[in-house]
Design a protein. Structure first.
Lengths: 265, 265
């Protein structure tokens, strides 16, 4: 449940760590089984692309039992507590669907840029841990990150309200070109069950998904409890206002949940 | 200048052949040096994305000396003559720019589907040979093709006038999903100077380019002279009406051209 010295060093230098196959297929199946129910929901947390397919289901830990377990799973929460140095709360919880054919672009941005500007989060003592619910390949819009770009603080950004259905503070082309030519781009691919941890200041983006394979990733944005947001401009289900420390569930919580589902059938 | 038995067999089975590094950097530089002049042209052949950047420069062999040499280069023309079994003419000549940040999607389609429907080309005795003018990577919208999909003839298609600035006969999602699950997808990547040959019935697409690196590919669509188009609905500079057989230039034509350019400076 803890990162190794080598992983800590990589995170510091490059701003990300991949943890391949951290969850097994049975655990992933227990979670994805609830997706059709969630995607069919007509509620504001379930945000749609301009074509109508789901782009993001926010705060699914509030209305889904397996996704609630993901939100306190020790394999996700403990490494973040280790990196941030203490208790954390859930600042944001997203299921990003990136549907086959229709999943739209996520423009180049930094997450902390948005959290600072929109939510008045004091420092970048918060970060994402992303769990792949599908195999992520070059063909379904993987996350592209610029290794090392987290070392340069928050870049200037513009509030892009036009490109997609979701408003985002995005970086300009010249900055992206300079960063890419300096740092290159890492494409975060891996089997379902793999996990990517990345620094909240790392610059990243992802292409539209024009292929026939969906690409669902759960993003758990955890923030040190002392570093909670100060401004409540966005919906509560986008930027949470409950700063209660996450208590990790048992490591086998998804297995137990799945066994309970089978028993109930 | 001729494909090997192994390459012919691969083309038959998979519908494509990659020829890595077929042109050297000096030859590519001689050609790309003329791109800024072409992209700045205000003429109908230079088709723009909705953002204004160039999407495709059609028929550049008519207004660019180095691109005219590409249009009759023996390393491109002779393998196609070999595959199509005789003399060929240029049915279409495209420089597809796929500009950094703004290069838009090419939806899933078959080229012969368009040539048959729009131009009344009798048979798929025509094909593309694509020359990479930039390094093509996973980060700048490479061509994705479905190996073996050329064996199933022309699929039903709809005329998509909305997605991009360029009308295209595109396949439906169910067909694409079935083909991808059967055949998989091949991403045609390679250094500048590499060449991809592909069957006119192969199903292919390419993602938008959200990255900071441009991706220019020249597509030479060559048709057997006996198989020339019968219907002249599209502009002459999109679907040519001059069925004169291409006469291959000398193999060193780009080197000679470059030497002449240097001498003239």
């Amino acid at each position: 449940m803890k990162l190794s010295e080598e992983q800590l060093q990589q995170f510091d230098e490059l701003g990300y760590v991949m943890l391949p196959d951290l969850f097994d297929p049975a655990e992933i199946a227990a979670v994805t089984a609830d997706l059709p129910r969630i995607y069919a929901m007509d509620r504001p947390e379930v945000w749609r692309e301009s074509t109508g397919v789901v782009r993001t289901a926010f705060a699914a830990h509030h209305y889904s039992e397996p996704f609630a377990l993901i939100g306190k799973h020790p394999r996700l929460v403990e490494p973040v507590k280790q990196l941030l140095g203490g208790d954390v709360y859930i600042h944001q919880y997203k299921i990003n669907a990136k549907a086959a054919f229709d999943g739209d672009v996520w423009q180049w941005h930094q997450d902390y840029g948005t959290w600072a500007r929109d939510d008045a989060m004091p420092e970048p003592r918060a970060m994402n841990i992303a769990l792949f619910l599908d195999d992520v390949t070059e063909f379904n819009g993987p996350l592209w990150i610029m290794p090392g770009s987290h070392k340069q603080g928050v870049f200037e950004a513009g509030h892009d309200l036009a490109t997609t259905s979701y408003p985002l503070w995005t970086l300009d082309k010249q900055t992206i070109a300079e960063l890419a030519n300096t740092h290159g781009i890492f494409s975060a691919k891996g089997r379902a069950g793999s996990v990517l941890m990345f620094h909240s200041n790392i610059v990243h983006a992802s292409s539209p998904n024009i292929g026939p394979w969906g690409r669902t990733i759960v993003y758990l944005s955890l923030c040190h409890v002392d570093n909670h947001i100060r401004q409540f401009k966005r919906e509560e289900w986008i930027a949470h206002r409950d700063f209660t420390p996450v208590q990790s569930a048992p490591d086998d919580c998804l297995k137990s949940y799945a066994a309970g589902q089978v028993a109930a059938e």
